[in-house]
Design a protein around this ligand. Structure first.
Ligand code: PLP
Length: 456
């Protein structure tokens, strides 16, 4: 077997031509989205009022295993894909471990994260449908940035509702979006009925993702020629993100490498769902076995401490309800520096796979995460996003365990992005002022007290 290069690339011919839809191989399908008012399953027509028609179709397609990636999207992917699969030789050496560590690096584009993989697909289908533009929310700002790049490329208008505290704390993200032509509104805002209502009741609120989602949906349905798009959680997003896992598998296969453990951070579940999709597919078909690990922040532990139930996806309760591991749509995570992981729920696909035992979940505290991030930056060079560093933490812990047991395990981790816009967080860590917030059992119970009685 040839020595494994530092970076494994794929040629253009080896790039995936189709996304893999893991639902086709799931024996128990993810539960359908429900109309929050009537409790009835959402149909393609229902969903098409909010989402683009083709995306509504993809959302409901539980059966087609491979869905062709349109040529225009593949052409866009070629500008920044394949993303490298890197053998972390330096990290292995510093940890003095017999484990072999690989990371799939999705930070190699201007938006700095994996979110561009779905942003370009969603913008493409909006354009195909002849729409004028799309609306969305962004929390930490990565999704809005990715979508602004995709919309600029295709000539689509974009309205972004940005959670107010991020709007104020991350002015550079905001300006990147505006540079790519998006309009950016701090949420809650007086431009929507829901925003006005929340501002009247909580004038000092710093906003939340759930509230920004409600505003973006209202903005889309009240403007002719606009639809709403979402950067995580939904089945369609996991479908697009399968490009991460397909490339990873192709690169490993080239060198005959079989991973033992696959690790990803989990916010809404899209990078994790995309990375693991083809590997879980093999497990579902009985062809292989892997130890798959979802890593979430201890401050927002939906898989490890939440409940598997129908819940609202947004504060305003206007989006379809999803069956997922949730902390309750009213759960307010304490401030954390991994903004992309602060969502109360989890992808219905990842939730169902977790429920059925195809993956396990662990939670980690943010000071431990930044310790790992700093260690990784100093040996591998890349300055990781706080979100991604959750996966690094768990990979490092496993590699250290392997040093003690002598196991030469092969570990693959999803390195979802870079952390250049998170330097306040790194600053707090460097100054020793970062602390860990872990919700009490009472906090969790309060969040779960108001789950809707849907699908029962
Ligand atoms: C948004 C984001 C995440 C979390 O979102 P998922 O949908 O769970 O993948 C993780 N890492 C980065 C860098 C992000 O921007």
């Amino acid at each position: 077997m040839a020595t494994i290069p530092y970076k494994i690339y794929l040629s253009e011919e080896e790039l995936p031509q189709a996304w893999y839809n893991v639902r086709a191989d799931m024996k128990v399908k993810p539960a359908p989205l429900l109309n929050p008012a009537t409790g009835a399953p959402m149909t393609e027509d229902d969903l098409s009022a909010v989402f683009c028609r083709e995306l509504a179709r993809q959302e409901l397609d539980n059966d087609t295993p491979y869905i062709e990636i349109p040529r225009e999207i593949r052409d866009f992917y070629k500008m920044y894909r394949p993303s490298p699969l890197v053998r972390a030789y330096c990290l292995e050496q510093k940890l003095d471990t017999p484990a072999k560590i690989y990371y799939k690096f999705e930070g190699n584009n201007t938006s700095g994260s994996h979110k561009l993989n779905s942003a370009i697909a969603q913008a493409y289908y909006a354009k195909q449908q002849g729409l004028r533009g799309v609306t969305t929310e962004t929390g930490a700002g990565q999704w809005g940035t990715a979508l602004s790049m995709a919309c600029a490329y295709l000539g689509l208008d974009l309205h972004v509702f940005m959670v107010k505290c991020s709007y104020e704390q991350k002015p550079f993200r905001r300006e990147v979006m505006r540079t790519y032509g998006a309009s950016v509104t701090p949420s809650p805002s007086p431009t929507t009925a829901i925003g006005r209502d929340i501002l009247a009741r909580f004038p000092d609120t710093v906003g939340s993702l759930g509230c920004a989602i409600s505003e973006a949906v209202e903005d889309a349905v009240s403007h002719e020629g606009y639809r709403y798009v979402l950067g995580s959680v939904l089945n369609q997003v996991l479908l697009h993100q399968s490009v991460i896992g397909l490339e990873t598998q192709a690169a490993l296969d080239k060198y005959g490498v079989k991973p033992d453990m696959i690790i990803g951070c989990a916010g809404g579940g899209s990078n994790l769902g995309g990375l693991i999709a083809p590997f879980v597919g093999q497990m579902l078909r009985g062809e292989a076995q892997y130890d798959i690990v979802a890593v979430e922040p201890a401050s927002c532990p939906s898989l490890t401490r939440g409940k598997f139930a129908y819940d609202f996806c947004d504060t305003g309760k206007i989006c379809p309800a999803a069956k997922m591991y949730t902390l309750g749509s009213g759960f307010m995570p304490s401030p954390s520096h991994a903004g992309g992981l602060r969502y109360h729920g989890m992808s219905p696909i990842v939730s169902q796979l977790y429920h059925d035992g195809y993956l396990r979940a662990v939670s980690v505290e943010q000071t431990k995460v930044f310790e790992a991030a700093t260690f990784f930056a100093r040996c591998e060079g890349i300055l990781p996003a706080p979100e991604s560093s959750h996966a690094i933490r768990v990979a490092m812990d496993e590699a250290i365990r392997c040093r003690e047991t002598g196991e030469a395990k092969t570990i693959v981790l999803g390195l979802t992005g870079t952390g250049y816009f998170d330097m306040y967080a790194y600053g707090a860590f460097n100054d020793g002022t970062m602390s860990d917030h872990i919700p009490t059992d009472d906090d969790i119970a309060r969040g779960l007290a108001n789950l809707p009685h849907l699908g029962e």
